[in-house]
Design a protein around this ligand. Structure first.
Ligand code: ADP
Length: 488
Protein backbone atom coordinates (compact mmCIF):
# COMPACT_ATOMS: atom_id res chain seq x y z
CA UNK A 1 0.00 0.00 0.00
CA UNK A 2 2.97 2.30 0.29
CA UNK A 3 3.99 2.30 -3.36
CA UNK A 4 4.00 5.70 -5.01
CA UNK A 5 1.92 4.36 -7.84
CA UNK A 6 -0.93 3.58 -5.51
CA UNK A 7 -3.48 6.13 -4.57
CA UNK A 8 -5.96 6.02 -1.79
CA UNK A 9 -9.55 6.29 -2.87
CA UNK A 10 -12.18 7.46 -0.48
CA UNK A 11 -15.71 6.28 -0.47
CA UNK A 12 -18.64 7.48 1.52
CA UNK A 13 -20.47 4.33 2.42
CA UNK A 14 -21.39 3.91 6.04
CA UNK A 15 -19.69 0.58 6.30
CA UNK A 16 -20.85 -1.74 9.01
CA UNK A 17 -18.76 -4.88 8.70
CA UNK A 18 -16.84 -6.26 11.64
CA UNK A 19 -14.03 -5.89 12.40
CA UNK A 20 -13.48 -2.37 11.05
CA UNK A 21 -9.77 -1.79 10.51
CA UNK A 22 -8.27 1.68 10.73
CA UNK A 23 -8.26 2.20 6.99
CA UNK A 24 -11.71 0.76 6.35
CA UNK A 25 -12.70 3.84 4.38
CA UNK A 26 -9.86 3.38 1.94
CA UNK A 27 -8.81 0.86 -0.62
CA UNK A 28 -5.59 0.74 -2.51
CA UNK A 29 -5.79 0.86 -6.27
CA UNK A 30 -2.73 1.37 -8.44
CA UNK A 31 -2.76 3.99 -11.16
CA UNK A 32 -1.60 1.39 -13.62
CA UNK A 33 -1.67 -2.42 -13.71
CA UNK A 34 0.63 -4.70 -15.69
CA UNK A 35 0.02 -8.29 -16.77
CA UNK A 36 0.33 -11.07 -14.19
CA UNK A 37 2.49 -13.67 -15.91
CA UNK A 38 4.63 -16.33 -14.27
CA UNK A 39 4.06 -14.99 -10.76
CA UNK A 40 4.96 -11.37 -11.42
CA UNK A 41 3.56 -8.22 -12.95
CA UNK A 42 5.16 -7.52 -16.32
CA UNK A 43 4.76 -4.74 -18.90
CA UNK A 44 2.73 -5.52 -22.02
CA UNK A 45 4.62 -6.05 -25.25
CA UNK A 46 2.80 -3.15 -26.93
CA UNK A 47 3.39 -0.81 -23.92
CA UNK A 48 -0.28 0.10 -24.36
CA UNK A 49 -2.75 0.56 -21.51
CA UNK A 50 -6.46 1.34 -21.46
CA UNK A 51 -8.59 3.03 -18.82
CA UNK A 52 -11.20 1.49 -16.57
CA UNK A 53 -13.97 3.79 -15.32
CA UNK A 54 -16.37 3.94 -12.42
CA UNK A 55 -19.74 3.64 -14.19
CA UNK A 56 -21.51 5.48 -11.37
CA UNK A 57 -19.40 8.63 -11.77
CA UNK A 58 -17.73 8.24 -15.18
CA UNK A 59 -14.40 8.91 -13.42
CA UNK A 60 -11.31 7.02 -14.45
CA UNK A 61 -10.17 4.63 -11.73
CA UNK A 62 -7.03 3.13 -13.19
CA UNK A 63 -5.47 1.84 -16.38
CA UNK A 64 -4.65 -1.71 -17.28
CA UNK A 65 -2.33 -3.34 -19.80
CA UNK A 66 -3.54 -4.27 -23.26
CA UNK A 67 -2.19 -7.77 -23.91
CA UNK A 68 -1.44 -8.78 -27.49
CA UNK A 69 -0.63 -12.16 -29.04
CA UNK A 70 2.96 -12.11 -27.78
CA UNK A 71 1.77 -11.53 -24.20
CA UNK A 72 -0.79 -14.32 -24.56
CA UNK A 73 1.97 -16.60 -25.82
CA UNK A 74 4.16 -15.68 -22.86
CA UNK A 75 1.32 -16.43 -20.43
CA UNK A 76 0.52 -19.77 -22.10
CA UNK A 77 4.22 -20.75 -22.01
CA UNK A 78 4.37 -19.90 -18.30
CA UNK A 79 1.24 -21.96 -17.66
CA UNK A 80 2.62 -24.88 -19.70
CA UNK A 81 5.93 -24.82 -17.85
CA UNK A 82 4.12 -24.77 -14.49
CA UNK A 83 1.75 -27.58 -15.50
CA UNK A 84 4.38 -30.30 -15.17
CA UNK A 85 5.04 -29.68 -11.49
CA UNK A 86 1.56 -28.54 -10.50
CA UNK A 87 -0.18 -31.57 -11.98
CA UNK A 88 2.26 -33.90 -10.21
CA UNK A 89 1.89 -32.26 -6.83
CA UNK A 90 -0.25 -34.37 -4.50
CA UNK A 91 -3.89 -33.37 -4.34
CA UNK A 92 -3.44 -32.62 -0.66
CA UNK A 93 -0.71 -30.07 -1.42
CA UNK A 94 -2.71 -28.47 -4.19
CA UNK A 95 -5.65 -28.26 -1.83
CA UNK A 96 -3.55 -26.40 0.73
CA UNK A 97 -2.73 -23.67 -1.78
CA UNK A 98 -6.37 -23.33 -2.80
CA UNK A 99 -7.48 -23.12 0.84
CA UNK A 100 -4.92 -20.39 1.34
CA UNK A 101 -6.36 -18.39 -1.56
CA UNK A 102 -9.84 -18.79 -0.04
CA UNK A 103 -8.72 -17.60 3.36
CA UNK A 104 -6.81 -14.62 1.98
CA UNK A 105 -9.89 -13.63 0.03
CA UNK A 106 -11.94 -13.65 3.20
CA UNK A 107 -9.33 -11.54 4.96
CA UNK A 108 -9.37 -9.00 2.11
CA UNK A 109 -13.11 -9.24 1.52
CA UNK A 110 -13.76 -5.59 2.26
CA UNK A 111 -11.24 -4.38 -0.30
CA UNK A 112 -12.51 -6.78 -2.96
CA UNK A 113 -16.10 -5.68 -2.37
CA UNK A 114 -15.30 -1.98 -2.61
CA UNK A 115 -13.25 -2.39 -5.79
CA UNK A 116 -15.89 -4.63 -7.38
CA UNK A 117 -18.53 -2.00 -6.77
CA UNK A 118 -16.35 0.89 -7.96
CA UNK A 119 -15.31 -0.86 -11.16
CA UNK A 120 -18.60 -2.51 -12.08
CA UNK A 121 -21.39 -0.40 -10.53
CA UNK A 122 -23.13 -3.12 -8.53
CA UNK A 123 -24.56 -2.19 -5.09
CA UNK A 124 -22.01 -2.60 -2.31
CA UNK A 125 -24.52 -4.72 -0.41
CA UNK A 126 -24.38 -7.29 -3.21
CA UNK A 127 -20.57 -7.27 -3.60
CA UNK A 128 -20.16 -7.52 0.15
CA UNK A 129 -22.83 -10.13 0.95
CA UNK A 130 -22.93 -12.18 -2.23
CA UNK A 131 -20.09 -11.84 -4.77
CA UNK A 132 -17.06 -11.89 -2.49
CA UNK A 133 -18.22 -14.50 0.06
CA UNK A 134 -19.41 -16.76 -2.76
CA UNK A 135 -16.09 -16.38 -4.58
CA UNK A 136 -14.21 -17.42 -1.43
CA UNK A 137 -16.65 -20.31 -0.97
CA UNK A 138 -15.85 -21.60 -4.45
CA UNK A 139 -12.18 -21.80 -3.53
CA UNK A 140 -13.01 -23.51 -0.22
CA UNK A 141 -15.33 -25.99 -1.92
CA UNK A 142 -12.91 -27.01 -4.68
CA UNK A 143 -9.94 -27.08 -2.30
CA UNK A 144 -11.80 -29.89 -0.58
CA UNK A 145 -11.99 -31.93 -3.80
CA UNK A 146 -8.30 -31.59 -4.74
CA UNK A 147 -7.23 -34.74 -2.85
CA UNK A 148 -10.44 -36.68 -3.54
CA UNK A 149 -10.52 -36.85 -7.32
CA UNK A 150 -10.37 -40.66 -7.22
CA UNK A 151 -13.41 -40.70 -4.93
CA UNK A 152 -15.24 -38.14 -7.04
CA UNK A 153 -14.73 -40.21 -10.21
CA UNK A 154 -14.11 -43.80 -9.05
CA UNK A 155 -12.37 -46.15 -11.52
CA UNK A 156 -12.18 -43.34 -14.09
CA UNK A 157 -8.50 -42.47 -13.60
CA UNK A 158 -9.10 -38.69 -13.58
CA UNK A 159 -6.29 -36.62 -15.13
CA UNK A 160 -5.99 -32.85 -15.62
CA UNK A 161 -6.41 -31.47 -19.13
CA UNK A 162 -3.39 -29.14 -19.17
CA UNK A 163 -3.55 -25.37 -19.75
CA UNK A 164 -6.99 -23.78 -19.47
CA UNK A 165 -7.77 -20.50 -21.24
CA UNK A 166 -10.53 -18.76 -19.33
CA UNK A 167 -12.47 -15.73 -20.52
CA UNK A 168 -14.96 -14.04 -18.24
CA UNK A 169 -17.60 -11.30 -18.48
CA UNK A 170 -18.21 -8.05 -16.61
CA UNK A 171 -21.31 -8.85 -14.58
CA UNK A 172 -19.70 -10.91 -11.76
CA UNK A 173 -15.98 -10.31 -12.30
CA UNK A 174 -14.51 -11.79 -9.13
CA UNK A 175 -17.10 -14.54 -8.80
CA UNK A 176 -16.61 -15.68 -12.40
CA UNK A 177 -12.84 -15.74 -11.88
CA UNK A 178 -13.41 -17.99 -8.84
CA UNK A 179 -15.85 -20.25 -10.75
CA UNK A 180 -13.19 -20.76 -13.38
CA UNK A 181 -9.90 -20.85 -11.45
CA UNK A 182 -10.88 -22.93 -8.40
CA UNK A 183 -11.99 -26.16 -10.16
CA UNK A 184 -9.18 -25.87 -12.73
CA UNK A 185 -6.54 -25.79 -9.98
CA UNK A 186 -8.18 -28.50 -7.88
CA UNK A 187 -8.09 -30.79 -10.92
CA UNK A 188 -4.38 -30.05 -11.48
CA UNK A 189 -4.58 -27.69 -14.49
CA UNK A 190 -2.85 -24.36 -14.93
CA UNK A 191 -4.62 -21.24 -16.09
CA UNK A 192 -4.52 -18.16 -18.31
CA UNK A 193 -7.49 -15.97 -17.39
CA UNK A 194 -8.76 -12.79 -19.00
CA UNK A 195 -11.32 -10.57 -17.26
CA UNK A 196 -13.65 -8.30 -19.24
CA UNK A 197 -12.27 -4.97 -20.37
CA UNK A 198 -14.73 -2.84 -18.33
CA UNK A 199 -14.14 -4.70 -15.05
CA UNK A 200 -10.53 -5.87 -14.78
CA UNK A 201 -9.68 -4.64 -11.29
CA UNK A 202 -10.80 -7.42 -8.94
CA UNK A 203 -9.11 -10.01 -11.16
CA UNK A 204 -5.89 -8.00 -10.86
CA UNK A 205 -6.36 -7.78 -7.10
CA UNK A 206 -6.82 -11.53 -7.19
CA UNK A 207 -3.51 -11.75 -9.06
CA UNK A 208 -1.86 -9.85 -6.18
CA UNK A 209 -3.51 -12.19 -3.69
CA UNK A 210 -2.35 -15.25 -5.64
CA UNK A 211 1.20 -13.87 -5.71
CA UNK A 212 1.00 -13.30 -1.93
CA UNK A 213 -0.40 -16.80 -1.37
CA UNK A 214 2.86 -18.35 -2.62
CA UNK A 215 1.11 -20.37 -5.34
CA UNK A 216 3.90 -21.70 -7.60
CA UNK A 217 4.76 -19.29 -10.41
CA UNK A 218 2.88 -19.68 -13.66
CA UNK A 219 0.04 -21.80 -12.25
CA UNK A 220 -2.34 -18.84 -12.60
CA UNK A 221 -1.68 -16.08 -15.14
CA UNK A 222 -4.06 -13.13 -15.41
CA UNK A 223 -3.92 -10.92 -18.46
CA UNK A 224 -6.06 -7.97 -19.52
CA UNK A 225 -7.35 -6.78 -22.86
CA UNK A 226 -10.51 -6.73 -24.95
CA UNK A 227 -11.94 -9.16 -27.53
CA UNK A 228 -8.70 -9.38 -29.51
CA UNK A 229 -6.85 -10.64 -26.45
CA UNK A 230 -9.63 -13.15 -25.82
CA UNK A 231 -9.42 -14.33 -29.42
CA UNK A 232 -5.65 -14.79 -29.08
CA UNK A 233 -6.26 -17.07 -26.09
CA UNK A 234 -8.88 -19.06 -27.98
CA UNK A 235 -6.59 -19.48 -31.00
CA UNK A 236 -3.39 -20.28 -29.14
CA UNK A 237 -2.30 -23.78 -30.24
CA UNK A 238 -1.04 -24.82 -26.79
CA UNK A 239 -4.31 -24.25 -24.94
CA UNK A 240 -6.10 -27.49 -23.97
CA UNK A 241 -9.40 -26.11 -22.78
CA UNK A 242 -11.45 -22.96 -23.28
CA UNK A 243 -13.88 -21.96 -20.55
CA UNK A 244 -15.94 -18.99 -21.65
CA UNK A 245 -18.75 -17.02 -20.06
CA UNK A 246 -20.20 -14.21 -22.14
CA UNK A 247 -22.46 -13.41 -25.06
CA UNK A 248 -23.96 -16.03 -27.35
CA UNK A 249 -22.40 -14.36 -30.39
CA UNK A 250 -18.86 -14.65 -29.05
CA UNK A 251 -19.64 -18.19 -27.85
CA UNK A 252 -20.62 -19.16 -31.40
CA UNK A 253 -17.45 -17.58 -32.75
CA UNK A 254 -15.36 -19.56 -30.24
CA UNK A 255 -16.99 -22.82 -31.29
CA UNK A 256 -16.20 -22.09 -34.92
CA UNK A 257 -12.62 -21.11 -34.08
CA UNK A 258 -11.82 -24.32 -32.22
CA UNK A 259 -13.66 -26.67 -34.57
CA UNK A 260 -11.24 -29.33 -35.78
CA UNK A 261 -8.84 -28.88 -32.84
CA UNK A 262 -8.52 -31.07 -29.74
CA UNK A 263 -9.47 -28.21 -27.45
CA UNK A 264 -12.12 -28.97 -24.86
CA UNK A 265 -14.70 -26.27 -24.33
CA UNK A 266 -17.42 -25.12 -21.97
CA UNK A 267 -19.62 -22.16 -22.87
CA UNK A 268 -21.93 -20.32 -20.52
CA UNK A 269 -23.86 -17.85 -22.67
CA UNK A 270 -27.01 -15.77 -22.68
CA UNK A 271 -30.42 -16.41 -21.19
CA UNK A 272 -34.01 -15.22 -21.12
CA UNK A 273 -35.49 -17.04 -18.17
CA UNK A 274 -39.15 -17.58 -17.42
CA UNK A 275 -40.18 -16.80 -13.85
CA UNK A 276 -43.58 -18.47 -13.41
CA UNK A 277 -46.08 -17.50 -10.72
CA UNK A 278 -49.05 -19.81 -10.11
CA UNK A 279 -52.24 -18.69 -8.38
CA UNK A 280 -51.47 -20.88 -5.34
CA UNK A 281 -48.05 -19.29 -4.77
CA UNK A 282 -47.24 -17.27 -1.66
CA UNK A 283 -47.73 -14.00 -3.54
CA UNK A 284 -45.77 -11.61 -1.34
CA UNK A 285 -42.74 -13.89 -1.46
CA UNK A 286 -43.20 -14.33 -5.18
CA UNK A 287 -43.15 -10.55 -5.66
CA UNK A 288 -39.82 -10.43 -3.82
CA UNK A 289 -38.65 -13.22 -6.10
CA UNK A 290 -39.68 -11.23 -9.19
CA UNK A 291 -37.80 -8.17 -7.91
CA UNK A 292 -34.69 -10.20 -7.08
CA UNK A 293 -34.99 -12.16 -10.31
CA UNK A 294 -34.82 -9.15 -12.60
CA UNK A 295 -33.34 -6.24 -10.64
CA UNK A 296 -30.46 -8.04 -8.84
CA UNK A 297 -27.18 -6.65 -10.23
CA UNK A 298 -29.18 -4.23 -12.46
CA UNK A 299 -30.39 -7.24 -14.42
CA UNK A 300 -26.85 -7.90 -15.67
CA UNK A 301 -27.37 -11.58 -14.97
CA UNK A 302 -27.45 -14.30 -17.63
CA UNK A 303 -29.96 -16.27 -15.55
CA UNK A 304 -32.12 -13.20 -14.72
CA UNK A 305 -35.86 -13.85 -14.56
CA UNK A 306 -36.49 -11.43 -17.43
CA UNK A 307 -39.77 -12.98 -18.59
CA UNK A 308 -42.52 -13.07 -16.00
CA UNK A 309 -45.49 -15.40 -16.42
CA UNK A 310 -48.36 -14.81 -13.99
CA UNK A 311 -51.45 -17.01 -13.84
CA UNK A 312 -54.37 -14.91 -15.05
CA UNK A 313 -56.47 -15.26 -11.88
CA UNK A 314 -53.82 -13.49 -9.76
CA UNK A 315 -52.30 -11.24 -12.41
CA UNK A 316 -53.97 -8.00 -11.25
CA UNK A 317 -52.95 -8.42 -7.63
CA UNK A 318 -49.39 -9.53 -8.44
CA UNK A 319 -48.85 -6.60 -10.81
CA UNK A 320 -50.26 -4.12 -8.30
CA UNK A 321 -47.97 -5.49 -5.57
CA UNK A 322 -45.04 -5.48 -7.96
CA UNK A 323 -45.58 -1.82 -8.89
CA UNK A 324 -45.90 -0.88 -5.21
CA UNK A 325 -42.68 -2.69 -4.41
CA UNK A 326 -40.88 -1.04 -7.33
CA UNK A 327 -41.74 2.36 -5.84
CA UNK A 328 -39.66 1.47 -2.79
CA UNK A 329 -36.50 0.54 -4.73
CA UNK A 330 -33.57 2.87 -4.33
CA UNK A 331 -31.62 3.52 -7.49
CA UNK A 332 -28.34 5.37 -7.16
CA UNK A 333 -24.90 5.45 -5.56
CA UNK A 334 -23.64 1.85 -5.57
CA UNK A 335 -21.43 2.64 -2.56
CA UNK A 336 -24.45 3.42 -0.39
CA UNK A 337 -25.38 0.26 1.46
CA UNK A 338 -29.09 1.15 1.14
CA UNK A 339 -28.97 1.16 -2.64
CA UNK A 340 -30.97 -1.59 -4.37
CA UNK A 341 -30.09 -0.85 -7.99
CA UNK A 342 -26.66 0.52 -8.80
CA UNK A 343 -25.06 1.76 -12.01
CA UNK A 344 -25.33 0.16 -15.43
CA UNK A 345 -21.92 -1.30 -16.16
CA UNK A 346 -21.01 0.90 -19.13
CA UNK A 347 -22.34 3.65 -21.38
CA UNK A 348 -22.53 1.13 -24.22
CA UNK A 349 -24.70 -1.22 -22.14
CA UNK A 350 -26.94 1.66 -21.02
CA UNK A 351 -27.51 2.64 -24.66
CA UNK A 352 -28.38 -0.97 -25.51
CA UNK A 353 -30.93 -1.13 -22.66
CA UNK A 354 -32.44 2.24 -23.63
CA UNK A 355 -32.76 1.03 -27.20
CA UNK A 356 -34.66 -2.06 -26.02
CA UNK A 357 -36.98 0.12 -23.93
CA UNK A 358 -37.79 2.12 -27.08
CA UNK A 359 -38.30 -1.11 -29.02
CA UNK A 360 -40.70 -2.32 -26.30
CA UNK A 361 -42.72 0.90 -26.51
CA UNK A 362 -42.78 0.91 -30.31
CA UNK A 363 -43.98 -2.69 -30.36
CA UNK A 364 -46.98 -1.61 -28.29
CA UNK A 365 -45.87 -2.75 -24.82
CA UNK A 366 -47.31 -0.85 -21.84
CA UNK A 367 -44.36 0.49 -19.89
CA UNK A 368 -44.23 1.18 -16.15
CA UNK A 369 -41.32 2.77 -14.27
CA UNK A 370 -41.42 4.00 -10.68
CA UNK A 371 -41.26 7.71 -9.88
CA UNK A 372 -37.69 7.63 -8.50
CA UNK A 373 -35.18 10.13 -9.83
CA UNK A 374 -31.81 9.10 -11.24
CA UNK A 375 -28.40 10.58 -10.34
CA UNK A 376 -27.27 13.33 -12.72
CA UNK A 377 -23.87 11.75 -13.39
CA UNK A 378 -23.05 8.18 -14.37
CA UNK A 379 -24.99 5.40 -16.11
CA UNK A 380 -28.32 4.66 -14.49
CA UNK A 381 -31.61 3.13 -15.61
CA UNK A 382 -34.95 3.00 -13.84
CA UNK A 383 -36.36 -0.45 -13.09
CA UNK A 384 -38.80 -1.08 -15.92
CA UNK A 385 -41.64 -3.47 -16.59
CA UNK A 386 -43.64 -4.03 -19.77
CA UNK A 387 -47.22 -5.29 -19.80
CA UNK A 388 -49.30 -6.26 -22.85
CA UNK A 389 -46.48 -8.06 -24.58
CA UNK A 390 -46.59 -11.36 -26.44
CA UNK A 391 -44.18 -14.11 -27.47
CA UNK A 392 -43.33 -12.44 -30.75
CA UNK A 393 -42.12 -9.17 -29.19
CA UNK A 394 -38.39 -8.61 -29.35
CA UNK A 395 -38.23 -7.67 -25.66
CA UNK A 396 -39.67 -11.12 -24.92
CA UNK A 397 -37.31 -13.04 -27.22
CA UNK A 398 -33.98 -11.21 -26.89
CA UNK A 399 -31.62 -10.89 -23.95
CA UNK A 400 -31.49 -7.26 -22.74
CA UNK A 401 -29.13 -7.73 -19.79
CA UNK A 402 -30.65 -4.84 -17.89
CA UNK A 403 -33.45 -4.05 -15.39
CA UNK A 404 -36.27 -4.63 -17.88
CA UNK A 405 -39.01 -7.20 -17.30
CA UNK A 406 -41.52 -8.46 -19.90
CA UNK A 407 -44.78 -9.67 -18.32
CA UNK A 408 -47.26 -12.15 -19.79
CA UNK A 409 -50.19 -14.01 -18.29
CA UNK A 410 -51.26 -17.64 -18.73
CA UNK A 411 -54.20 -19.88 -17.87
CA UNK A 412 -52.99 -23.47 -17.90
CA UNK A 413 -49.81 -25.30 -17.01
CA UNK A 414 -49.47 -26.63 -20.59
CA UNK A 415 -49.70 -23.11 -21.97
CA UNK A 416 -46.99 -21.75 -19.69
CA UNK A 417 -44.61 -24.66 -20.37
CA UNK A 418 -44.97 -24.11 -24.08
CA UNK A 419 -44.39 -20.35 -23.79
CA UNK A 420 -41.50 -20.71 -21.36
CA UNK A 421 -39.71 -23.12 -23.70
CA UNK A 422 -40.46 -21.20 -26.89
CA UNK A 423 -37.20 -19.27 -26.85
CA UNK A 424 -33.68 -19.83 -28.24
CA UNK A 425 -32.20 -19.89 -24.73
CA UNK A 426 -32.34 -22.48 -21.96
CA UNK A 427 -30.31 -21.38 -18.97
CA UNK A 428 -32.67 -20.99 -16.03
CA UNK A 429 -36.26 -20.68 -14.83
CA UNK A 430 -38.25 -20.04 -11.66
CA UNK A 431 -41.46 -21.65 -10.41
CA UNK A 432 -43.64 -20.29 -7.60
CA UNK A 433 -46.37 -22.56 -6.25
CA UNK A 434 -47.59 -24.17 -3.07
CA UNK A 435 -47.74 -27.60 -4.74
CA UNK A 436 -44.70 -29.88 -4.78
CA UNK A 437 -46.22 -31.96 -7.58
CA UNK A 438 -46.40 -28.90 -9.84
CA UNK A 439 -42.75 -28.16 -9.12
CA UNK A 440 -41.69 -31.68 -10.09
CA UNK A 441 -43.86 -31.62 -13.19
CA UNK A 442 -42.40 -28.31 -14.36
CA UNK A 443 -38.77 -28.94 -13.53
CA UNK A 444 -38.80 -31.97 -15.80
CA UNK A 445 -40.52 -30.14 -18.66
CA UNK A 446 -38.82 -26.76 -18.63
CA UNK A 447 -35.79 -26.79 -20.93
CA UNK A 448 -33.50 -24.94 -18.59
CA UNK A 449 -30.25 -25.93 -16.90
CA UNK A 450 -31.28 -24.49 -13.53
CA UNK A 451 -34.82 -24.30 -12.17
CA UNK A 452 -35.44 -22.54 -8.89
CA UNK A 453 -38.55 -23.34 -6.89
CA UNK A 454 -40.03 -20.63 -4.63
CA UNK A 455 -36.76 -18.73 -4.75
CA UNK A 456 -34.59 -17.13 -7.42
CA UNK A 457 -30.96 -16.31 -8.16
CA UNK A 458 -29.61 -18.58 -5.43
CA UNK A 459 -26.08 -19.81 -6.07
CA UNK A 460 -24.00 -22.37 -4.29
CA UNK A 461 -20.59 -23.87 -5.14
CA UNK A 462 -22.02 -27.38 -4.81
CA UNK A 463 -24.70 -26.87 -7.50
CA UNK A 464 -23.93 -27.28 -11.17
CA UNK A 465 -24.85 -24.30 -13.34
CA UNK A 466 -25.14 -24.16 -17.13
CA UNK A 467 -27.53 -24.20 -20.05
CA UNK A 468 -29.09 -25.79 -23.09
CA UNK A 469 -29.63 -24.50 -26.63
CA UNK A 470 -28.12 -21.05 -27.23
CA UNK A 471 -27.28 -20.70 -23.53
CA UNK A 472 -24.26 -22.95 -24.11
CA UNK A 473 -23.08 -26.30 -22.82
CA UNK A 474 -21.06 -27.77 -20.00
CA UNK A 475 -21.58 -27.12 -16.30
CA UNK A 476 -19.74 -25.08 -13.71
CA UNK A 477 -20.04 -25.69 -9.98
CA UNK A 478 -20.31 -28.96 -8.08
CA UNK A 479 -18.81 -32.20 -9.30
CA UNK A 480 -19.93 -31.47 -12.87
CA UNK A 481 -17.76 -28.34 -12.78
CA UNK A 482 -14.80 -30.36 -11.57
CA UNK A 483 -15.29 -33.03 -14.22
CA UNK A 484 -15.11 -30.33 -16.90
CA UNK A 485 -11.40 -29.90 -16.06
CA UNK A 486 -10.51 -33.60 -16.15
CA UNK A 487 -10.26 -36.39 -18.66
CA UNK A 488 -12.40 -39.12 -17.16
P1 ADP B 1 -20.74 -8.60 -23.70
O1 ADP B 1 -21.33 -8.41 -25.06
O2 ADP B 1 -21.76 -8.82 -22.65
O3 ADP B 1 -19.69 -7.60 -23.33
P2 ADP B 1 -18.81 -10.49 -24.61
O4 ADP B 1 -19.14 -11.88 -24.97
O5 ADP B 1 -18.48 -9.53 -25.71
O6 ADP B 1 -20.01 -10.00 -23.73
O7 ADP B 1 -17.62 -10.46 -23.57
C1 ADP B 1 -17.36 -11.48 -22.64
C2 ADP B 1 -15.86 -11.70 -22.60
O8 ADP B 1 -15.45 -12.18 -23.87
C3 ADP B 1 -15.03 -10.45 -22.34
O9 ADP B 1 -13.92 -10.80 -21.53
C4 ADP B 1 -14.57 -10.04 -23.73
O10 ADP B 1 -13.38 -9.30 -23.74
C5 ADP B 1 -14.36 -11.39 -24.36
N1 ADP B 1 -14.44 -11.40 -25.83
C6 ADP B 1 -15.06 -10.56 -26.67
N2 ADP B 1 -14.88 -10.91 -27.95
C7 ADP B 1 -14.12 -12.03 -27.94
C8 ADP B 1 -13.59 -12.89 -28.95
N3 ADP B 1 -13.82 -12.69 -30.24
N4 ADP B 1 -12.86 -13.96 -28.55
C9 ADP B 1 -12.65 -14.22 -27.24
N5 ADP B 1 -13.10 -13.43 -26.26
C10 ADP B 1 -13.83 -12.36 -26.59
Amino acid sequence: MSSKKEKKLKFNAAWDLDPAPEDSKHVSIKKQYDLFINGEFVKPNSKKYFATYNPATDEKISEVADADEKDVDKAVKAARAAFGKWSKLSGKERGKYIYRIARLMQERAREFAVIETMDGGKPIRESRDIDVPLAANHFFYYAGWADKLEYAFPNRNPKPLGVAGQIIPWNFPLLMAAWKIAPALAAGNTVVLKPAETTPLTALKLAELIRDSGLPKGVVNIITGAGKTGAAIVNHPDIDKIAFTGSTNVGKWIQKSIAGTDKKCTLELGGKAANIIFEDAPLDQAVEGIINGIFFNQGHVCCAGSRLFVQESVADIVIRKLKDRMETLRVGDPMDKNTDIGAINSKQQLLKIQEYIEIGKNEGGEIYQPSCSLPKKGNFCKPTIFLNVSQSHRIVQEEIFGPVLAIQTFRTIEEVIEKANNIPYGLSAGVWTDKGSKIFNLTSKLKAGVVWANTYNKFDPTSPFGGYKESGFGREGGLHGLGAYLTI
